[in-house]
Design a protein around this ligand. Structure first.
Ligand code: TTP
Ligand code: MG
Ligand code: MG
Length: 400
């Protein structure tokens, strides 16, 4: 039987690397992507003039940074002001999602030419099932994984050829380990590993590096004296079940031992489509009523356009508010019929808003549409739903 070979591929400093393609003179420099600044313009000699972080004032966050900026302590999700304190001379570039989406499609298409079984995990990463790809199972002199290694190199080279960008790849028997391994030798890394490599390569890592151990679980583990994956692996399975419940406890034990049988799922429907915005300054529900109303309507219009572009309608309309104390509130409502209509979304979102006590200034507003389906399926879904009464049995109907 074929040995299971699952790859995880993640692009290196993705947004930043895409920007460096058009501003190659920035290579080797600390660069931070974030905020809504202006696109760089050329001076009289034709050289780009870049904004520096120390000129930034506002509340934007860093989406990503080049490895040179990371060396100064800057990282994703850090406030731009804080980043400016660490790296005042770093170049700052505004985000350009359309461009990143374009390169995302390009690299995925390039991989698909070599290995078609791909699970899309977001803008800059994918899982690839290499098990059946010709050559993947080849063994070389003293290297049972020579074929896998060679294939990973081929994929990496093909991605570079198609996009000019570098990526890192982990290849192991499963998704969990591959996701960990793709991150081990970034940038440009290829890590091929088996269960035998677990003690040396995986167990020293902090437990929170495992996809599925979030900040809360990590803190809980830490309070129980478990910091590394290895320490987690040593913990008694039954004890973990007692601490974390049957499902999660058992999963923690499996994860620490590198056990994961999840298949590579080649296609997935989005669960919801949403838009949100953080204001330049906190807005007061009454004093800034008009401004807020305008932003609210615009978010609904954008979500409606996103739905139309992606070809979905949705039944659950939700809102998200965050106040000046960072308290986040969500409300949603489920409609009789799914919709992609901006006015209808606006009405439903407005009804949700009425259910929130608006006492403090707001810093963020978001609108989402969930329970998505394709327009043609809407009627069929509604029909099947009634007698069954169980939305989970229905294809393409994710009740979240
Ligand atoms: P990542 O793959 O997490 O990061 P990266 O590609 O920038 O760097 P690495 O080499 O470590 O993989 O995320 C992919 C892109 O997603 C990233 O370029 C920007 C965006 N992003 C955010 O907008 N906010 C975030 O908090 C993170 C983590 C990423
Ligand atoms: Mg990445
Ligand atoms: Mg990623």
């Amino acid at each position: 039987m074929n040995r299971r070979l699952i790859a995880h591929l993640d692009m290196d400093a993705f947004y930043a690397s895409v920007e460096l393609l058009r501003y190659p003179d920035l290579r080797g420099q600390p660069v931070v992507i974030g905020g809504r600044g202006a696109v760089p313009e050329r001076d009289a000699e034709g050289r780009y003039r870049y904004a520096r972080l120390d000129s930034y004032a506002g509340r934007g966050v860093v989406t990503t940074a080049t490895y040179e900026a990371r060396a100064l302590g800057v990282h994703s999700a850090m406030g731009m002001m804080k980043a400016a304190a660490l790296a005042p001379h770093a170049v700052m570039l505004p985000v350009d999602f359309d461009r990143y989406r374009h390169y995302s499609r390009l690299f995925k298409a390039a991989v698909a030419e070599i290995a078609p079984c791909i699970e899309d995990r977001g803008i800059d990463e994918i899982y690839i099932d290499l098990t059946e790809v010709p050559g993947a199972q080849d063994t070389g002199q003293g290297d049972a994984l020579a074929g896998a290694r060679e294939l990973a190199r081929t994929i990496q080279a093909r991605v570079r050829e198609a996009t000019g960008l570098s990526c890192s790849i982990g290849v192991t028997p499963n998704k969990l380990l591959s996701k960990l391994c793709s991150d081990l030798e970034k940038p440009g890394g290829i890590v091929v590993a088996t269960h035998d490599d677990l003690p040396v390569r995986i167990w020293p890592l902090p437990a929170r590096r495992i996809n599925g151990i979030g900040p809360k679980a990590a803190a809980r583990l830490e309070s129980l004296g478990i910091r590394t994956v290895g320490e987690l692996a040593q913990a008694d399975r039954q004890w973990l079940v007692e601490q974390f419940g049957a499902a999660y406890g058992a999963w923690l034990n499996d994860a620490a031992h590198g056990r994961d049988e999840r298949p590579v799922v080649t296609y997935s429907e989005p669960k919801s489509i949403s838009r949100e915005t953080t204001f330049e300054r906190d807005l007061h529900p009454r004093m800034d009523r008009e401004t807020l109303g305008g932003i609210f309507t615009r978010l609904c219009t954008q979500v409606a356009a996103d739905l139309a572009r992606k070809g979905y309608v949705g039944r659950t309309i939700g809102i998200k508010l965050r106040d000046d104390r960072f308290r986040t509130v969500t409300r949603d409502v489920t409609l009789e019929q799914p919709t992609a209509d901006a006015a209808e979304i606006r009405r439903a979102a407005g009804a949700c808003l009425k259910r929130v006590p608006l006492e403090r200034r707001l810093r963020l507003l978001g609108v989402r549409v969930g329970s998505l389906c394709r327009p043609g399926e809407a009627a069929a879904v509604a029909r099947v739903r009634d007698p069954a009464g169980d939305p989970h049995t229905l294809p393409l109907f994710d009740s979240e």
